[in-house]
Design a protein around this ligand. Structure first.
Ligand code: HPA
Length: 274
């Protein structure tokens, strides 16, 4: 679908507003396996994506596909349980459309999490990594097409894409909780295949610390919309060719499960400070 209009965003937001009187301050997009946070939301309403006008519908295993709005840690949040990926076939602007809806609903900041392969040899499977910056190697961009100046600038600045202030807060919070937090550059690829060992060597030379197939379109749209962003990757596996073993979605899900409680505590502790 080409050219998402403000009217489509408006219709999606207006539908959501018929389901809750709450005005969300923070948007959350949680990667595979972290949807459990949705269970902790108070005064919550849950809206299947399929019911929201113009929302895409998620197809990947482990992504439930519903929007949860409510209170979490004293903050009003709008949470995506399950996200959209360009490898599913969505146009980049559709992939990131929920972020525009979040902004329209009132969200000023966006907290994103994902699963990623570790490129940095100092990382290990199960580490959490604060995203300091990203490299968009997906070959796609959600802002391509006529720019709607009401949504954001034609040429948005990305020099502080992952807000410095929020990164400092994330580091401080992890330290308080005694949770180890790596920091590094997330490389976003289109997928859906995992990378080749040669691609991983290339990405390391380019300055990447972790690699994944999500997050970049959402963050570009969030910055376009003037939202502050904080991102955390779960290093679910070391990237291709580093260890002498094949990669699998099962390993990704297993590692997420293993570090879930730590990951959830960090996200929950972060919310009141955003
Ligand atoms: N590569 C790309 N995406 C991923 C990986 C990976 O190794 N692990 C989890 N998501």
């Amino acid at each position: 679908m080409a050219n998402l209009t403000q009217q489509m965003i408006e219709e999606a937001a207006a539908y959501i507003e018929t389901k809750t009187a709450l005005t969300p301050e923070i948007g959350l997009i949680l990667g595979s396996g972290l949807g459990v946070i949705g269970d902790e939301v108070e005064e919550s309403v849950t809206i299947p994506y399929a019911d929201i006008p113009h929302f895409p519908i998620s197809t990947v295993e482990g992504h439930a596909g519903e929007l949860v709005i409510g209170r979490l840690q004293g903050r009003v949040i709008v949470l995506m349980r399950g996200r959209f990926h360009m490898y599913e076939g969505y146009e980049p602007e559709r992939t990131a459309m929920p972020v525009r809806v979040m902004k329209r609903l009132g969200a000023k900041s966006l907290l994103v999490t994902n699963a990623a392969g570790g490129i940095n040899l100092n990382f290990a499977s199960g580490n959490l990594m604060l995203i300091s910056d990203h490299i968009n190697l997906s070959g796609r961009n959600p802002l391509v097409g006529p720019n709607d100046n009401a949504l954001g600038a034609r040429f948005p600045d990305m020099s502080d894409a992952y807000t410095r202030r929020l990164r400092a807060i994330a580091k401080e919070t992890a330290a308080e909780l005694g949770i180890g937090l790596q920091e590094g550059v997330y490389v976003g690829l289109l997928g859906p295949n995992y990378e080749t060992p040669a691609e991983i060597r290339m990405l390391r030379v380019l300055g990447g610390d972790a690699v994944g197939m999500s997050t970049v379109p959402e963050v570009i749209v969030a910055r376009h919309a003037g939202m502050e962003v904080v991102g955390i990757s779960c290093i679910t596996n070391m990237a291709a060719g580093i260890l002498d073993q094949p990669l699998s979605h099962e390993e990704v899900m297993e590692t997420t499960e293993r570090v879930k409680s730590e990951f959830v505590s960090l996200v929950l502790a972060l919310l009141p400070k955003l």
